[in-house]
Design a protein around this ligand. Structure first.
Ligand SMILES: *[C@@H]1O[C@H](CO)[C@@H](O)[C@H](O)[C@H]1NC(C)=O
Ligand SMILES: *[C@@H]1O[C@H](CO)[C@@H](O)[C@H](O)[C@H]1NC(C)=O
Ligand SMILES: *[C@@H]1O[C@H](CO)[C@@H](O)[C@H](O)[C@H]1NC(C)=O
Ligand SMILES: *[C@@H]1O[C@H](CO)[C@@H](O)[C@H](O)[C@H]1NC(C)=O
Ligand SMILES: *[C@@H]1O[C@H](CO)[C@@H](O)[C@H](O)[C@H]1NC(C)=O
Length: 469
């Protein structure tokens, strides 16, 4: 009798640990307005990172579509600095839902990354999206405080979702997350070195079109403009001759000569406003038209190369609906400003943009953690030209040999992009036809890349059928 009771107790405890019983019921998102039915669960809410200051970060968590108990956890951060991971990553790039053209409902993203992993999106730092602080001076912040808050966030989030504490953790993001993610990874590695108890189980780092080091990442847009016929030979040459990007600074006036600044301004003027710098192939959305249509309850969708280029306006409309904020448990303190993709309250340290991220990537790789740098090849903001050079320089610095020779990778019998790998740990991969926001314009290729990354596999460098057959 006693034995049976103990057995029953063990079974109950087993279910509680393995299943979702540890998850915070109050954070469960039952259903978002206009959301299609799904089988997986979503959670959203606040994690306080500093009770004294009243600083709290907002998160959105989506379980993997199938078998979430055996899938890893992936953290995704957007960049800026100061832009929303939920508005960006979760609802227009790699999450399970995108806003519909009416700005009042959602559609399924059939290429959501939750096919391969559980997904965690965080508004970081406080002041972004629905993350806030009751101490307004907290909005003056920078890379160091952002990484420290995210470290605290992860510790506290695990208290809400204890089954994930030991689960494989992947750290991912794009753009200025080229700073956030490596700095967070190093903070977690520092934690692991000092902690006798809990250690973060980091299994990989992947960053798309990342800002890594200004001497390479700042000239790259002008090379991209010139090679895509977006600026004249004269301006291209003027930038080449007048600009010394070695001592370029993130903050304006960038510590370059007057002639260089003039040439750069002229280049930006020629490129103009009628091009999407984040994906030079896509048409642009006209805000004045789309905003009027949303108010009139019309469909604002404008499709270009298979992509709804007005999605950012539909998203802003949707996230500012009070019923959406309520369903997400967001904006609990009634913030005195509306939701926007990039923060208007942050005063982010501009000097931190100058930080060289390569030594941090080196430290991560020295811990045997794979690092993938991927690049949407239609992005002119942080183009592949800079990233590929920096990855090669890092490989050289680490005395890494080429372990996958530069060549195409394949998806569905077509070239998904090009790749190379160094020292079995450092991968550079382009995604053909992708934007700065890689999953936005190339959802299928992006999911394929991500699935291989979290699966610990290389991208396939051969295809069937062969071109000769
Ligand atoms: C911030 O202040 C509001 C209003 O006083 C309070 O409800 C909230 O709990 C505070 N937030 C934190 C994280 O302390
Ligand atoms: C500005 O550039 C000069 C060289 O042109 C360099 O000596 C100096 O350190 C740079 N200043 C900053 C703030 O990087
Ligand atoms: C928060 O809620 C208030 C209304 O209580 C609204 O005016 C404001 O726009 C909302 N802010 C955000 C960031 O969602
Ligand atoms: C920005 O951060 C750096 C450290 O990275 C610090 O030295 C500097 O004082 C900060 N600047 C401002 C304006 O806070
Ligand atoms: C594919 O990658 C492997 C290493 O994984 C390499 O040995 C082989 O040469 C590559 N094939 C091509 C066609 O690049």
């Amino acid at each position: 009798m006693g034995f049976v009771w103990i057995l029953a107790a063990v079974v109950v405890v087993g279910v509680m640990v393995g299943g979702s019983y540890g998850f915070p019921e109050e954070d469960l998102v039952v259903k978002l307005p206009g959301q299609p039915e799904v089988k997986f669960r979503q959670y959203a809410g606040y994690v306080d990172v500093d009770l004294k200051a009243g600083r709290s970060l907002f998160y959105y968590f989506v379980e993997a579509e199938n078998d979430p108990d055996h899938k890893p956890l992936t953290l995704w951060l957007n960049g800026g600095p100061g832009c929303s991971s939920i508005g960006g990553g979760a609802f227009t790039e790699l999450g399970p839902f995108f806003p519909r053209g009416d700005g009042r409902s959602l559609r399924r993203n059939s290429k959501s990354w939750n096919k391969a992993s559980n997904l965690l999106f965080v508004e970081s730092p406080a002041g972004v999206g629905w993350s806030y602080s009751n101490t307004s001076s907290d909005y003056t912040c920078g890379d160091m405080s952002t990484a420290m808050d995210m470290h605290m966030f992860m510790m506290e989030w695990y208290k809400k979702f204890p089954t994930f504490k030991t689960r494989a953790l992947f750290l991912t993001g794009e753009s200025y997350a080229g700073h956030y993610i490596p700095q967070l990874a190093v903070a977690l590695l520092d934690h692991n070195e000092h902690s006798k108890e809990f250690k973060f189980n980091i299994k990989g780092v992947a960053i798309g079109n990342p800002l890594l080091r200004l001497d390479r990442d700042t000239p790259a847009p002008y090379e991209f403009f010139w090679s895509h016929g977006m600026i004249s030979d004269e301006i291209g040459l003027a930038i080449m001759n007048e600009c010394d990007f070695e001592d370029y600074t993130f903050a304006s006036p960038h510590n370059v000569s007057r002639a260089c600044n003039d040439a750069i301004s002229e280049a930006n003027e020629i490129v103009g406003e009628y091009i999407n710098n984040y994906d030079v192939i896509l048409d642009v959305c006209y805000p004045s038209i789309v905003e009027q249509e949303l108010r009139l309850r019309k469909m604002a969708t404008k499709i270009s190369v298979g992509v709804d280029v007005c999605m950012s306006y539909e998203r802003r409309f949707y996230f500012n609906l009070p019923e959406v904020q309520k369903a997400l448990h967001a904006n609990r303190t009634h913030l005195p400003y509306s939701w926007s993709m990039c923060s208007g309250v942050l005063d982010y340290n501009q000097t931190d943009g100058n930080i060289d991220i390569l030594p941090l990537l080196k430290r991560i790789i020295q811990n045997q953690i794979p690092v993938w740098i991927f690049s949407g090849d239609q992005d002119s903001v942080v183009p592949l030209i800079g990233s590929r050079t920096l990855v090669r320089e890092l490989a050289h610095d680490m005395h890494f040999k080429i372990t996958v020779p530069y060549g195409a990778w394949f998806h569905r019998g077509q070239v998904g992009g090009w790749q190379t790998e160094y020292g079995n740990l450092l991968t550079f991969a382009t995604v053909r036809g992708a934007a700065h926001m890689v999953p936005y314009a190339q959802p299928s290729r992006a999911l394929h890349l991500f699935s291989n990354f979290v699966g610990g596999r290389r991208l396939p460098n051969t295809t069937r059928p062969s071109i000769d057959e």
